[in-house]
Design a protein around this ligand. Structure first.
Ligand SMILES: Cc1cc2nc3c(=O)[nH]c(=O)nc-3n(C[C@H](O)[C@H](O)[C@H](O)COP(=O)(O)OP(=O)(O)OC[C@H]3O[C@@H](n4cnc5c(N)ncnc54)[C@H](O)[C@@H]3O)c2cc1C
Length: 584
């Protein structure tokens, strides 16, 4: 089967904060280059940037500083972040938020004196979260989309990337193979530079927050292309996903962190406030601590009627809650719950992947011509992402990647001849279900959700992880033999589901392998059989590659290039002397 062909200068895979910013910056930096965005859904209507609620972390207040934001990111990430990336994040966030306001046209909430309003987010030493009410992402993505449309970017909507295609001579990337989901045909897009910005998304867990179009396709493509991924064991569970019953997709969707920041309480089924037993910060502790505490209450059977715990806001006053969190209050009201005046049931929900493709501060990856940005990437957040640092990451590094790709293409970008064997193998993989008897996809998906939730979830141990690895191998085998009811390729959503599962299982195996290898507890990764955090000064990160279908794992020492454990960049940090190390 021969794919249709299309050539472009710069190909962007994904239209979230990372992809849209990359496209804008690339057009601006090199207007003579053609930029094409390919996206699995409709531009502006898919991905998680649109779903951002709480807001965007940026050290803008006079009493705040880049050093503070940086230290919060490093300490929150349990000393696992790659420090030059974390510094780029905090520095770039200042530039990007000005760009969002002054060039992209976003309106963020301001105080009566005209200054930006910063809300409190957990795990931060300073209130620095810029927001638009409690639905910040809609403002960002709508304004960005308008700019991208006006910038003359070519759009391939409902185009699903299924493989990164290397050059036949091994010199770099040649392009990406797509399925045009509307027409049901394959399309090979060759490009001088390609950006991977498909946004990760831990949708392989029973409870999860990301949009349905996210199924870890980007990470799965990177693994199949032999690229290194780091920190894959680090999956963040947001503590407060709404529990709305088994038969609604509202279950698992996030009730934002600002609710706890504002003084919301978590109560178990016995109506006891339990967080202070876990952390002096109580409900404002970092996400990993709160998610684990809730899960422990659930395991001990102290649950609310639907099996979670309660999030109570009523004690803050219904009017205050309704004014400050109108989106959350409405979301709960739509499901028949009164958040403002009372309490709702919540459960931890898989939210974000700190791990992902290894990349350089300018967006380059190991494969020449391939760049990566956003949630597909690993290294910025280490073992735990602070709320508000996600959208900052995708927009900061998306913009940087756009600039870098433009410079790269001008300097050395060539259209490479694609490796035909890779294309044939990718098409054969995608075509596989058409030649098999139909059935069983829903059942398989539910078993995947359960395996990941129970054995690779919030609390892990060697027995569970070993069991999960065997189960995931079995699910991968089963999927290979599952087929589709008809041969129609146009808008065949069951086919797309099959492909989603293929990506999710591929990446789940990586998560389980990395989780088994990390024999300590750190940030989002908690091992009941190794509850202690190891020596921070000897921190290592996991690096995973797939070769000939096998996963290879190694651990690599963390380079404390800016500050070492036990030290700080903040001069007034109690007990910690300022770091001698120089900032980049
Ligand atoms: C409910 C929710 C609330 C959040 N709230 C916050 C918050 O308050 N603050 C914060 O900092 N972060 C928040 N986050 C995290 C934040 O959304 C992400 O960190 C960030 O938006 C990721 O941006 P991205 O561009 O990498 O990915 P996304 O915005 O998810 O975009 C990914 C894009 O890739 C496309 N895509 C996927 N697969 C393919 C494929 N195979 N081919 C082509 N295209 C593909 C998708 O359709 C989408 O367009 C939240 C996340 C969720 C789910």
């Amino acid at each position: 089967m021969q794919p249709e062909r299309l050539d472009t200068d710069i190909l962007v895979l994904g239209a979230g904060g990372a992809g849209l910013f990359a496209a804008l910056h690339a057009r601006k930096a090199a207007p003579e280059l053609e930029v094409t965005i390919a996206v699995k859904g409709l531009m502006g209507k898919c991905g998680c940037t649109r779903m951002v609620q709480g807001g965007y972390n940026v050290a803008l207040a006079p009493e705040d500083s880049l050093e503070r934001h940086f230290m919060d990111t490093i300490v929150g990430g349990k000393w696992l972040p790659r420090q030059d990336l974390a510094w780029r994040l905090v520095e770039g966030a200042v530039e990007r938020i000005h760009e969002l306001e002054n060039e992209v046209g976003c309106f963020f909430d301001r105080r009566p004196d005209g200054t930006l309003d910063f809300k409190a987010f957990a795990g931060q030493s300073f209130d620095r979260t810029v927001h638009k009410g409690d639905l910040t992402g809609i403002e960002i993505i709508n304004r960005l989309m308008e700019q991208v449309r006006a910038a003359g970017v070519r759009r391939l909507e409902e185009h699903r990337a299924v493989a990164l295609v290397p050059a036949g001579d091994g010199s770099g990337i040649a392009g990406a193979l797509m399925i045009d989901m509307r027409e049901g045909i394959y399309r090979l897009v060759r490009a001088r530079a390609v950006l991977l910005a498909a946004g990760g998304g831990p949708t392989m867990y029973l409870y999860h927050t990301p949009s349905g179009d996210k199924s870890c396709d980007g990470m799965a493509m990177a693994l199949r292309a032999g690229l290194p991924l780091r920190d894959m064991e680090m999956v963040q569970f947001h503590p407060t996903g709404l529990l709305a019953g088994a038969d609604t997709r509202m279950t698992g969707t996030v009730l934002e962190e600002g609710l706890r920041g504002a003084g919301g309480w978590l109560l178990n089924g016995a109506e006891e406030r339990f967080m202070l037993q876990w952390d002096p910060a109580g409900e404002r502790a970092t996400r990993d601590v709160v998610a684990r505490a809730i899960y422990a209450e659930m395991r001990a059977g102290r649950t609310s009627p639907m099996g979670g715990v309660f999030l109570q806001m009523g004690h803050l006053g219904a009017d205050t809650v309704a004014r400050r969190f109108p989106g959350m209050v409405k979301r709960c009201a739509d499901c028949g719950f009164d958040l403002a005046g009372g309490r709702v049931e919540v459960v931890p929900t898989a939210h974000y992947m700190m791990g992902g493709v290894e990349f350089e501060p300018d967006g380059r990856t190991e494969l020449p011509g391939l760049f990566a940005a956003g949630e597909d990437c690993g290294g910025v957040h280490g073992a735990n992402r602070l709320g508000g640092n996600g959208v900052a990451e995708s927009t900061v590094f998306g913009g940087i990647a756009g600039d870098s790709m433009a410079a790269f293409v001008r300097r050395e970008g060539v259209l490479r001849d694609p490796d035909s064997t890779s294309i044939e193998a990718a098409i054969a993989r995608c075509e596989r279900p058409f030649a098999r008897p139909a059935g069983g996809l829903n059942d398989l998906r539910e078993r995947l959700w359960r395996v990941m939730w129970e054995d690779v979830g919030i609390i892990r141990d060697a027995n569970g992880l070993t069991r999960a690895i065997a189960a995931l191998d079995g699910l991968a085998e089963e999927l290979r033999d599952l087929g589709l009811a008809d041969g129609e390729r146009r808008f065949n959503l069951t086919w797309q589901d099959w492909l989603n599962l293929d990506s999710q299982i591929t990446v789940s195996r990586g998560i389980a392998r990395a989780a088994l290898a990390r024999e300590e507890s750190r940030g989002a990764h908690y091992r009941e059989d190794f509850p202690e955090t190891g020596d921070l000064a000897a921190s290592r990160y996991t690096r995973l590659r797939q070769m000939d279908g096998e996963l290879l794992l190694e651990t690599v020492p963390v380079d404390f290039s800016i500050v070492r454990p036990g030290r700080s960049l903040i001069e007034d940090d109690a007990g910690a002397p300022p770091a001698a190390e120089a900032k980049p």
